[in-house]
Ligand binder design. Structure first.
Ligand code: SF4
Length: 270
């Protein structure tokens, strides 16, 4: 078996398709820059992944295997986890290329493993805790609110309905900033959880794996979604649906442009 968690390549999608459903990541792209959204989702322009994205992708893939093993009451030894990591690292870049600079890959691979090694030693999740769900695809029909269907994949739901999302970051986050910048995603997951279980989530946690010289684990905890947070999400989804209908694909130049893969395409836009 060749382990892989490679994502499906972006495909061009019709506006009708994009208006019918929305995920938190698609909504975040829309809110950050409508032109970037156009390049990625309407035209389906595929770009090589950056090393930082690939580190996050592989770390996420191994954490998924670790959580799935606990879900099945299986034990993955440190040696088995390392083997899975090495296999994923090799396999997934064959499927979707990564833009490595000369001599960069070995250091990034070591960074990725250091983060995982830390997490397996310091995770607040007891090794014998049975998850409620792992990498579960969910959807919520929001047509009664006049909104697109919300879709998404929950990384992990711990016992008691605590939703966990993993983040690989380069700087140590503050709780307030992490909660604010991940608001769309965390509210989206809460809506998905409630729609599929009929009960409120127990809480929403961000597990940040920080790529500092000495890797760090920072856990940001938040309670269940408030009514105000749900209203904010629904208004953002409303603006998405209305903007798509009007095809408002304008650039939003700002700090995010430094990390944008569509910089050259953007310069030609008029
Ligand atoms: S370079 Fe900036 S303005 Fe242009 S598409 Fe990317 S994020 Fe948007």
């Amino acid at each position: 078996m060749n382990p892989t968690v490679a994502p499906a390549a972006d495909q061009p999608r019709s506006l009708d398709e994009l208006r019918a459903t929305v995920s938190a990541s698609r909504l975040n792209t829309w809110l950050a820059c409508r032109l970037k959204f156009y390049f990625r989702y309407v035209l389906g322009l595929t770009k090589p992944r950056t090393p930082a994205l690939y580190v996050g992708h592989t770390v996420h893939g191994v954490l998924k295997l670790w959580n799935q093993a606990r879900w099945r009451r299986q034990l993955l030894t440190p040696k088995a986890l390392r083997q899975q990591f090495d296999a994923l690292w090799q396999n997934d870049q064959q499927i979707a290329p990564v833009e490595w600079a000369e001599g960069e890959e070995a250091g990034e691979q070591q960074t990725a493993w250091s983060l995982l090694d830390l997490y397996f030693r310091a995770s607040p999740i007891p090794p014998n805790e049975l998850p409620e769900a792992v990498e579960v695809a969910a959807e919520a029909d929001l047509t009664p609110h006049g909104l697109p269907k919300l879709v998404g994949i929950l990384d992990l739901v711990r016992a008691g309905g605590r939703i966990v999302d993993y983040k690989t970051v380069s700087q140590t986050p503050s709780d307030a900033k992490a909660i604010h910048t991940n608001e769309v995603q965390l509210s989206g997951y809460a809506v998905l959880y409630r729609a599929n279980t009929g009960k409120p989530e127990g809480g929403r946690d961000l597990h940040h794996l920080v790529k500092t010289k000495h890797p760090k684990l920072v856990v940001t905890q938040q309670g269940p979604m408030t009514d105000a947070q749900q209203t904010r999400l629904f208004r953002q989804m409303e603006s998405y649906a209305e903007g798509l209908a009007r095809q408002v694909f304008v650039p939003s130049p700002g700090m995010q442009c430094a990390m944008c893969s569509y910089f050259n395409e953007c310069k030609s836009w008029s």
